[in-house]
Design a protein around this ligand. Sequence first.
Ligand code: FAD
Length: 486
Amino acid sequence: MKDVIEVAVVGGGPTGLMLACELALAGIAVRVFERRDEPVQQSRALTLHPRSLEVLALRGWEGPFLERGRPLPTGHFGMLDTRLDFSVLDTAFKFTLFISQAVTETLLEERARVLGVDLRRGYEVRELRQDDEGVDLAGSASGQAFRCRARYVVGADGARSLVRQLAGIGFVGTDTSVTAMLGDVVLSEPPSRPAFSTINTRGGIMIVPLGSGIHRVILFDPERMQVPVKESVTLDELRRSVTRICGTDLGMRDPQWLSRFGNETRIAETYKAGRVLLAGDAAHIHFPAGGQGLNVGLQDAMNLGWKLAGVLRDRAPLSLLESYHRERYPVGHALTRNTEAQTALMACSPSVLALRDLLSGFLKDPALNRSLAERLGAMDVVYPDLEVPAPRFEGGLVTALTGKRLPDLELKPLDGAARRLYSFMHEGKWLLLRLREGHGPGVSLDPAWRGWTNVVQARPGDDREELRGLSGLLLRPDGHVGWAWA
Ligand SMILES: Cc1cc2nc3c(=O)[nH]c(=O)nc-3n(C[C@H](O)[C@H](O)[C@H](O)COP(=O)(O)OP(=O)(O)OC[C@H]3O[C@@H](n4cnc5c(N)ncnc54)[C@H](O)[C@@H]3O)c2cc1C
């Protein structure tokens, strides 16, 4: 007999795990198929950006990440000398969190298990076929065939996504034209600055301490940039390049992980084809510059989870789910563009070095620096039009805030002590926030939405310009403003 589930997520990396958590929180029966028997030990990503921390905080999950990570007040764009200052951003998380991908995945997996996600390790999906009512999956687990049918399938199965291929979704973009090297190695003579980077006509290098004497060394060596991505990196190769660029090999030894990566850049032509959806690296790949891929994957998951749950529970029309592509494709596209721009800045020619100096100078301007930090940290993402029937409002709609995120404001509820805004959003529901006393309901919600919306009457703790004159806000489960009214 065929096993039928609500959502099957293919891939238990950070994106798949985050999505599974969101769906389970909404009471959806979700099963994750992950082909690896064990969690991955090597950490490609090392950072969580401010918006990802906000996304975790919207569910009250940020604590263990903050405990295990290390806050860094700055980040970089294309390794430019002037660093991006996260400390000025309008968020409770005025930093980027230095935390390995392995730890991020472990913590997400722990959360998924607490929420009752059916995570199946050692299950490789190999076939997919969809019809109007659902999707059939088949694959292999420990040499045994398995099958299941799901109402929806999400491909969170990474860059080479089989789900994407079997759903017939094109992956549009450009092939690798340059490669770079990565080595997690012991350095007995590391640079004195903890986050060191330099770029000159001989090449570029970035060095970050990972703890226990191990450092991540990332290298852009013009003499090695045409080596194919599949060719293994050797310690000797890394050592020769480091010596050429820095004049010393920094006492390099004991490699833990050596890898080559390239700038293949692609985006799925659609994030939804029928009952198959894509998220994370399955939907977009790019040169890993500025530490964004995992972050954007977590944010894809946050955008998709509540929409899929809303449609499955008949609380919202299908147009809500269609809005996933409309809202997230532009974010993925912007990601591919900014990483292409950063790749261009890694070229070590005299003209690019001159351009780098010029841009570094511009970034000393606080407004420009902040704008780029907001972009890299995904604080500037706005969803202007949800395209679902709006509830009926008594006052006039105010559109200036529509689709923007709100930071974790302090609120003073009428009936209790001060609380943070996000603490009202841990259940993953909409939040109707009434900002004025003595006003009527302000908004009349469709009965289907009532069980999906928490209601709070509160004043903001601080006088915030954008909230002046508002009677209320209806916040989406992902913390973006759905509607605001006067
Ligand atoms: C050198 C490097 C440095 C990086 N640094 C950063 C950084 O600092 N910050 C950042 O945000 N990002 C960074 N990234 C990018 C980041 O690692 C990825 O964006 C992130 O891992 C994507 O997560 P994902 O869950 O979408 O995909 P993946 O992590 O690729 O997970 C996909 C999962 O699907 C499983 N799977 C695949 N096919 C199947 C199948 N058929 N059946 C079952 N399971 C399957 C895989 O085993 C895997 O576990 C970096 C990448 C590289 C290469």
